[in-house]
Design a protein around this ligand. Structure first.
Ligand SMILES: Nc1nc2c(ncn2[C@@H]2O[C@H](COP(=O)(O)OP(=O)(O)OP(=O)(O)O)[C@@H](O)[C@H]2O)c(=O)[nH]1
Ligand SMILES: [Mg+2]
Length: 386
C-alpha cells in the first residue's frame, strides 16, 4: 500500500489520494503466474470527494459542477465525442432507411433487383422505377435498350455537369484533398501526365508531411514525369511556393489524407492551404456509401469545385458513381481506373457517369479526349477502362 501511495504521488503530486486498490492475478507474457495491485488514485481530497459524489449519481445539492484545472478541456472533448456519435447515428439511420434496408425487402421487379444489385442509392432506384412506369417500359426486362436509354437520360439529368465552355481543365493552382489512400497523389500524377502531353507547364507542391513515404512518392512521380517538385514545411512556405512561378504554369498541390471524422486534421489542412487555391475532392468508388456521403460533407469547408472518382476498377458496385455524382454540387470531372500513372484517367461527364452506373455503354456522342475536349483525335474513350 505504501508503494502504491508513493507511486501515485510520483505521478499525481504530493496530495495524491488512493481511491480503490484491488489484487489482480494473471500471467506474464512468458506464461508465468503473477499478481499485481491495481490502484485508482486522484489529485487531492477535493477531487476524491467529487468523484465519490459522482459515483453516487449526483452533484452536491443539485449544483452545476464547478470547473477547475483540466476540466473545461475534458468537457469540450466529451462534447466533441457526443457530436461525432450523433453524426454517426444519423448516418447509420440514413443507411437503414435506404439500400441496406431495402436489401432485406423483396426486390419488386427484375429492374429493381438489377438496380439494387448495382448498389444504386435508394432515391435513385425509386426514381428509375418511376421513369420506367411513366414511360410504359418493361421492368421485367432490365436489358431492354429503350429502358436503359431512358434511365441513363434520367440519371444524367440528376448529375451536375460542367458547362460546355468550361471543361474544368485545371488552370492556376489546384489542391487535391480527400480521405487517406483514395489515390490523391496518383490522380495528381496522372493528371500531370495528361497536361504535359498537351504541352502545359506543370509543377508539384507537396504539403503531405503526415505519411511516411508521402514525400518520396510525389518526388518519384515528379522525376518520372520531368516535373518540378517542391515541399512546403508550413503555411508561410506553402504561400510562397504556390504564389511563385510562371503565370501559365499549373501548380498541382498534394495534401495529406484526412479522414472525414478528423476535424482537427481538416482544420489544420485548411489553415495551411494558401488563399486563391482551387480545391478538388478526390474520392474512391470502392468506399462504402456512408463513407462517401460523410466525405462529401466533411470537405465542404474547402469549397471544392470538382471531384475525381478513383478506383472504378476496384468496385463491384457501379452505382457508386451516380450516387456520389448526384449528391455533389460540384461536378465529377475525371474518373480513374487502375494504379498506373500512364493510363486510366479520363474526363467524364454526367451522361458517362449515368451510363457507367447502369452498366451501359457510354453514348458515342460523349466520347472525348482524355482531357475532355470533344472531337480531339486519338481518344480511346473513357469507357475502355470498364
Ligand atoms: N486499382 C486502383 N488503384 C489505385 C487507383 N488510384 C490509386 N491507386 C492505388 O491506391 C494506393 C493509394 O494511392 P495514393 O495515390 O498513394 O493515395 P493517396 O490518397 O495519395 O494516399 P495518402 O496520401 O496516404 O492519403 C496506391 O497503391 C495506388 O497505386 C485506381 O484508380 N485504381
Ligand atoms: Mg498521397
Amino acid at each position: 500500500m505504501r508503494d502504491a501511495l508513493q507511486k501515485a504521488r510520483e505521478e499525481l503530486g504530493a496530495d495524491a489520494v488512493l481511491l480503490h486498490t484491488r489484487q489482480v492475478e494473471g500471467r506474464t507474457i512468458f506464461g508465468k503466474r503473477t499478481r499485481w495491485v491495481e490502484v485508482d488514485a486522484c489529485r487531492g481530497e477535493a477531487d476524491a470527494a467529487r468523484i465519490e459524489r459522482r459515483e453516487e449519481g449526483f452533484d452536491a445539492a443539485g449544483e452545476a459542477p464547478t470547473h477547475d484545472g483540466d476540466e473545461p478541456a475534458a468537457t469540450d472533448a466529451i462534447q466533441r465525442e457526443i457530436e461525432s456519435l450523433e453524426a454517426m447515428i444519423d448516418r447509420l439511420s440514413a443507411d437503414l432507411a435506404s439500400p441496406a434496408a431495402a436489401r432485406g425487402a423483396s426486390p419488386g421487379s427484375p429492374l429493381e433487383a438489377r438496380l439494387r444489385g448495382l448498389e444504386l442509392a435508394d432515391d435513385l432506384v425509386q426514381e428509375c422505377l418511376a421513369v420506367a412506369e411513366r414511360e410504359g417500359l418493361d421492368s421485367a426486362d432490365p436489358e431492354d435498350p429503350a429502358l436503359t436509354a431512358a434511365l441513363v437520360e434520367h440519371l444524367a439529368r440528376r448529375i451536375p455537369t460542367d458547362a460546355e465552355d468550361d471543361l474544368g481543365i485545371p488552370r492556376g493552382r489546384v489542391a487535391f484533398v480527400g480521405p487517406p489512400g483514395v489515390g490523391k497523389t496518383t490522380a495528381l500524377a496522372k493528371l500531370a501526365a495528361l497536361l504535359k502531353d498537351e504541352g502545359r507547364r506543370v509543377r508539384f507542391v507537396g504539403l503531405d508531411d503526415r505519411r511516411i513515404g508521402g514525400e518520396w512518392e510525389l518526388r518519384r512521380y515528379a522525376e518520372i514525369l520531368g516535373v518540378r517538385c517542391q515541399f512546403a514545411r508550413d503555411a508561410e512556405d506553402a504561400r510562397a511556393l504556390v504564389a511563385g512561378g510562371a503565370d501559365d504554369e499549373v501548380v498541382l498541390i498534394d495534401t495529406p489524407g484526412t479522414g472525414c471524422q478528423d476535424r482537427r486534421g481538416i482544420a489544420r489542412l485548411l489553415a495551411r492551404l494558401p488563399a486563391g487555391v482551387e480545391t478538388w475532392l478526390i474520392l474512391a468508388a470502392n468506399l462504402r456509401d456512408s463513407h462517401l456521403r460523410a466525405s462529401l460533407d466533411a470537405f465542404k469547408p474547402f469549397g471544392y469545385v470538382r471531384l475525381i472518382l478513383t478506383k472504378l476498377d476496384e468496385t463491384p458496385c457501379a452505382g457508386a458513381a451516380a450516387n456520389v455524382a448526384s449528391r455533389s454540387a460540384a461536378p465529377v470531372r475525371f474518373a480513374s481506373a487502375g494504379p498506373s500513372v500512364a493510363s486510366g484517367l479520363a474526363a467524364v461527364d454526367a451522361a458517362w457517369l449515368a451510363a457507367w452506373s447502369l452498366g451501359a455503354p457510354a453514348p458515342a456522342s460523349q466520347r472525348r479526349s482524355a482531357l475532355g475536349r470533344r472531337g480531339a483525335g486519338g481518344n480511346s474513350g473513357p469507357m475502355d477502362f470498364r
